[in-house]
Design a protein around this ligand. Structure first.
Ligand SMILES: *[C@@H]1O[C@H](CO)[C@@H](O)[C@H](O)[C@H]1NC(C)=O
Ligand SMILES: *[C@@H]1O[C@H](CO)[C@@H](O)[C@H](O)[C@H]1NC(C)=O
Length: 485
């Protein structure tokens, strides 16, 4: 259920109950929401829209991390240091990191021909996939629907011959092959509003591999990664309903419950492991930019035909100025619809696409014929529309404060998308009209150029979505090398 609806209902219920507490709850909710939303501001400096690719910047590799010091292993207790046998893989990572840090920036307008970090990944990276974990919770990819990214990644990594090693001693990264969708299907108790069974499963799973293998403990999980796409909303309704909640407590609860994630019961999993998730929201204090990875949400309708419908009209034949149709999930869409629905013939903003409109032109045709495709967040900051827009060669307009865009270490999103702060929804048309025709055409052609980075292939090909995700994990692991053991 939409968190907004839940909130609205609970507030209404409280108000109709007549208590003064209801008013306080409402004020507190509004104020907390404002605090949460206000922290983001987009940079307004001149965009480098002429080049799609940003040159990778990696945190300085000047100081050697303590983990690589080939000190003797303390056999009992005492200081934890990396055992000697790990030195080889860590050295390889540090060496790669230094090469990347020293590399000159890519020339402007270059194609993604050879960013060094990508080439080094292909040359060096080895990943170990744990065999542990029962089906269907583990090793069972879900390949259809809006959460299919995690499934395709799991399937393609488990089948991979180039990166996967059978000898974990040779691995730079360790993959935890569970499926958040399967966990939800098999462990979540409907209407319980509790993610506890899922959290318990994950805690026990990590404890199992930490007990069975030496690798987790060696780095306290920082070279382990999980890949999960979901949009579970914080469940604070039951707590708000409970009696005795005071005004200042609401603030704390809201902030705390924002982070009710399934990794919470395992401290090292939550803090150290690389979380590859669709909900890349930095405001919740769980997703850390530069360590965790934004996973593009991709809506896979036909797993047998992954490129069905890809393509769209050329810029000159896109005669809808801006388009959105969809359900009223999350905090942004109702505001967008209230502001623009039926108000301006340039702004084709709908809730669900009305049947009468859809009969003349389908949703997909709308996307293929629009100059700008509005991608407001859903329940969470992510939305499958962004990748959808790219597939239909429509310039995405992203409205989701605090959202970390996928592949930002390689892609310059200002070259092919527009990010609009939530507070600027009233100025949406003005902002989009302010983009010159020349620049628009460039952006639209950039969308077409980089489409391949957002496509699954039945067998992965260079620079496709599978490789881009793996690159982000590799890149962020390198990024962490001098700070974390
Ligand atoms: C590349 O673009 C930047 C602006 O983002 C500009 O300052 C720089 O001079 C350009 N470099 C080349 C080689 O054209
Ligand atoms: C890793 O650490 C945990 C917790 O300290 C411990 O229970 C486990 O046995 C350790 N694993 C190995 C392989 O030593």
């Amino acid at each position: 259920m939409a968190v907004d609806t839940v909130l609205e209902k609970s507030v209404l219920r409280l108000v109709s109950g007549g208590g003064w507490r209801a008013v306080l709850v409402f004020v507190a909710l509004a104020a907390s929401a404002a605090v949460l939303l206000a922290s983001f501001s987009t940079s307004t400096s001149a965009p480098a829209w002429f080049s799609i690719y940003s040159s990778s910047s990696i945190s300085s590799a000047s100081a050697r991390p303590p983990v690589t010091t080939p000190a003797a292993v303390e056999p009992s207790g005492g200081v934890k240091v990396a055992p000697l046998w790990a030195y080889g893989v860590d050295l390889q990572l540090l060496d790669a990191k230094e090469q990347i840090a020293r590399a000159p920036p890519l020339p402007n307008d270059s194609d993604l021909h050879a960013p060094l970090s990508y080439e080094l990944m292909e040359k060096i990276l080895k990943v170990y996939v744990y065999k542990e974990g029962e089906k269907p919770l583990c090793h069972t990819p879900e390949l259809t629907g809006i959460y299919a990214s995690e499934g395709w990644f799991m399937k393609q990594l488990e089948e991979n011959k180039q990166f996967v090693v059978h000898d974990p001693d040779k691995a730079h990264l360790f993959y935890l092959p569970y499926s958040s969708r399967q966990l939800r299907t098999h462990l979540y108790v409907p209407d319980s509003h509790s993610m506890q069974p899922l959290s318990i499963f994950l805690r026990d799973y990590v404890n199992l591999i930490a007990a069975k293998f030496p690798f987790w403990n060696r780095t306290k999980g920082s070279d382990h990664f999980l890949v999960a796409c979901h949009d579970w909303v914080p469940r604070f309704l039951p707590l708000i309903r409970r009696r005795g909640i005071t005004f200042p407590m609401i603030f704390r609860l809201l902030l705390l419950l924002q982070g009710t994630y399934t990794t919470k019961l395992h401290e090292e999993l939550r803090r150290n492991a690389i979380k590859v998730v669709c909900n890349a929201d930095v405001s919740e204090g769980i997703f850390l930019r530069g360590k965790d990875v934004a996973l593009p949400e991709t809506y896979v309708k036909t797993p047998k035909d992954l490129h069905k419908d890809v393509g769209g009209r050329p810029a000159s034949r896109r005669n809808i100025f801006a388009f959105f149709a969809g359900q009223m999930h999350g905090r942004v869409r109702p505001v967008l619809v209230q502001q623009w629905k039926g108000k301006d013939s340039d702004m084709k903003i709908y809730e669900k696409l009305p049947a009468a409109v859809a009969r003349r032109m389908s949703y997909v045709e709308h996307m293929k014929s629009s100059r700008f495709c509005i991608c407001p967040m859903g329940y969470e900051v992510n939305s499958p529309r962004i990748v959808e827009a790219i597939h239909y060669e429509c310039v995405p307009v992203i409205i989701a404060d605090n959202f970390v865009l996928p592949f930002e270490e390689l892609l310059d999103w200002t070259a092919f998308s527009v990010v609009v702060p939530e507070k600027d929804i009233p100025n949406l048309k003005k902002i989009l009209k302010g983009i010159s025709e020349r620049r628009y055409k460039r952006m639209q052609s950039n969308v077409k150029k980089l489409q391949r980075h957002f496509l699954w292939n039945s067998k992965p090909v260079k620079y496709d979505l599978f490789h881009m995700i793996l690159h982000s994990v590799w890149f962020n692991r390198l990024n962490q090398m001098n700070t974390k053991a």
